[in-house]
Design a protein around this ligand. Structure first.
Ligand code: NAD
Length: 259
């Protein structure tokens, strides 16, 4: 699969380039970034035949986009014009930008996920199943831990886990969520889903979902050790897109949990 990486000079782009040499079937044919980036024209260490470029990679079969939300619509227009599959990892899209993703997916296949890690996407599935099987006598508490520089809480992944747990119980998250506790909180309501954030050091990302009953508890944990966890998932998604029909897909499709 001939792959172009958009945002190649960025944090995720650099991880994608490193991981791409380890995954059979991936051939990076373009490392694209903004025209004013200092790396433009410099050789790509992992793929000695190419240099960082600002040109659109017409010879690529799949595009992996980890850039900036405002760049996504232009990138999708180019991919659509060239009939290229897209892995869209960029987050923070506005409502209009999200609508354009749906529009473009009528003509090209797109995998879009806010967290491309294979492990997190497996965790989402396991949590939904656990919440389905274990009744609300099992109190669900979600904790996440991240580095001290993270600007938002709880993490987007913790929210996705809470949504998965709520979906497993067939309830709306907004009706059962409890974000942290302080003061005279009263007894814990049956069916509540607690969500808590820890911040410290350089933790890349840890999420635990605990289902706690009087007589036993179950805990499911995911730990990311580096951004390569997201990069590997994105590259797997690109390979999976080979020969797919136009449409919008997510990592559940890539992992085989959804048709
Ligand atoms: P970053 O700022 O380190 O890198 C972004 C790169 O994109 C920069 O090098 C920038 O110059 C480049 N860029 C911006 N506009 C461009 C354009 N029009 N064309 C080509 N290149 C362009 O950011 P990052 O940490 O690598 O994250 C990138 C995006 O990926 C963010 O939206 C982030 O939230 C998201 N992200 C998603 C996942 C996931 O699993 N889906 C994981 C990590 C990060």
């Amino acid at each position: 699969m001939k792959i172009a990486i958009l945002g190649a000079a960025g944090r995720m782009g650099q991880n994608l380039l490193r991981c791409s040499t380890k995954i059979a079937g991936c051939e990076v044919v373009a490392a694209v970034d903004r025209g004013d980036h200092p790396l433009i024209g410099k050789p790509v260490a992992e793929w000695p035949d190419i240099v960082y470029t600002a040109d659109w990679p017409i010879h690529a079969e799949a595009i992996i986009d980890f850039t900036f939300h405002a760049a996504v619509v232009g990138n999708l227009k180019n991919a659509r014009a060239n009939k290229q599959a897209v892995v869209l990892g960029t987050t923070g899209l506005s409502e209009d930008e999200k609508a354009f993703v749906q529009e473009a997916a009528k003509q090209i296949p797109i995998v879009q996920a806010a967290n491309m890690s294979l492990g997190v996407n497996l965790l989402l599935e396991l949590v939904k199943r656990a919440a389905q099987v274990l009744d609300p006598d099992y109190d669900i508490e979600i904790t996440e831990a991240h580095h001290r520089l993270k600007k938002d809480a709880p993490s987007g992944t913790a929210l996705m886990l809470a949504e998965a747990a709520a979906a497993g119980r067939a309830v709306a998250l907004k009706d059962v969520a409890c974000y942290g506790r302080e003061g005279i909180t009263g007894e814990r309501p049956r069916g509540e889903i607690g969500i808590h954030a820890i911040r410290g050091g350089s933790i890349v990302g840890e999420h635990t979902v605990a289902l706690i009953a009087d007589e036993e508890s179950v805990e499911i944990t995911h730990k990311a050790y580096s951004r390569e966890a997201f990069a590997t998932g994105a590259l797997r998604a690109a390979l999976w897109l080979s020969g797919r029909a136009p449409g919008i897909y997510n990592m559940r499709h890539v992992l085989g949990f959804a048709e």
